[in-house]
Design a protein around this ligand. Structure first.
Ligand code: 5GP
Length: 173
C-alpha cells in the first residue's frame, strides 16, 4: 500500500484554473476557440478550464499513445483518437495535463500545425522542467513542479487515482 502526499490542493488548483481561463479569455477576445484536450489525463483539467473561459468555444478530443519503456516516452507517438473536424483557420488551444520530457507534445503540436490552424497554443497544467528532452513552448502554464510522479485531478497510476480532487504524489508506507 502507498500513502498519498498532497502536492497541490483543490483550492490552489481551482484558483490557478480560474486565472488561466481569465488569461486565455483576455488573450483571445473576439475569437471563437477550439479546445483540444489530450485524453485521458487532461479530462478533469479541461472540464474546469472550459468553464473558466468566457468565450464561445467547441471541444475536440485527441488521444495518443506514446511508446516507451514504461516510465518514459520515446517520442514515437500513435494517434489513437483524432479530431472529428478540420481546424484550418481556427484558434486552437491544446489542453494537456503535464509536459514531462516534451516528446509527446512536440509530436502533437507539429502534427496539429500541419492542419493550418489560425493560431495554435498549448495550455498545460503541469511542467517538469528537470525532465525536459525537447523544449516545448507552453503558452499558458499552471504549475512548475519538481521531478515527482503525480496522480490525481485526471492523472493516473495504472488507470487509478484519476478521480482524486487534488494533485498528489504516491509515497511508500
Ligand atoms: P512526455 O512525452 O512529455 O514525456 O509525456 C507526457 C505524458 O506522460 C503526459 O501526458 C502523461 O500522460 C505522462 N506523464 C508524465 N509525467 C507524469 C506524471 O508525473 N504522472 C502521470 N500520471 N503521468 C505522467
Amino acid at each position: 500500500m502507498s500513502r498519498i502526499r498532497t502536492l497541490i490542493d483543490e483550492a490552489t488548483i481551482a484558483s490557478k484554473v480560474k486565472e488561466l481561463g481569465k488569461r486565455i479569455t483576455e488573450a483571445h477576445r473576439g475569437h471563437e476557440l477550439v479546445l483540444v484536450p489530450v485524453l485521458k489525463g487532461s479530462f478533469v483539467f479541461a472540464a474546469d478550464l472550459a468553464r473558466a473561459i468566457d468565450l464561445p468555444l467547441s471541444i475536440e478530443f485527441f488521444a495518443c499513445r506514446s511508446y516507451g519503456d514504461g516510465t518514459e516516452s520515446s517520442g514515437v507517438v500513435q494517434i489513437t483518437y483524432d479530431l472529428t473536424k478540420p481546424i484550418e483557420g481556427k484558434h486552437v488551444i491544446v489542453v494537456e495535463d503535464i509536459v514531462d520530457t516534451g516528446l509527446t507534445m512536440t509530436y502533437l503540436m507539429e502534427n496539429l500545425a500541419t492542419r493550418k490552424p489560425g493560431s495554435l497554443e498549448l495550455c498545460a497544467l503541469l511542467h517538469k522542467p528537470a525532465r525536459t528532452k525537447v523544449p516545448v513552448t507552453i503558452d499558458h502554464l499552471g504549475f512548475t513542479i519538481e521531478d515527482v510522479f503525480v496522480i490525481g485531478y485526471g492523472l493516473d497510476y495504472g488507470e487509478k487515482y484519476r478521480n482524486l480532487p487534488y494533485l498528489g504524489v504516491l509515497e511508500p508506507e
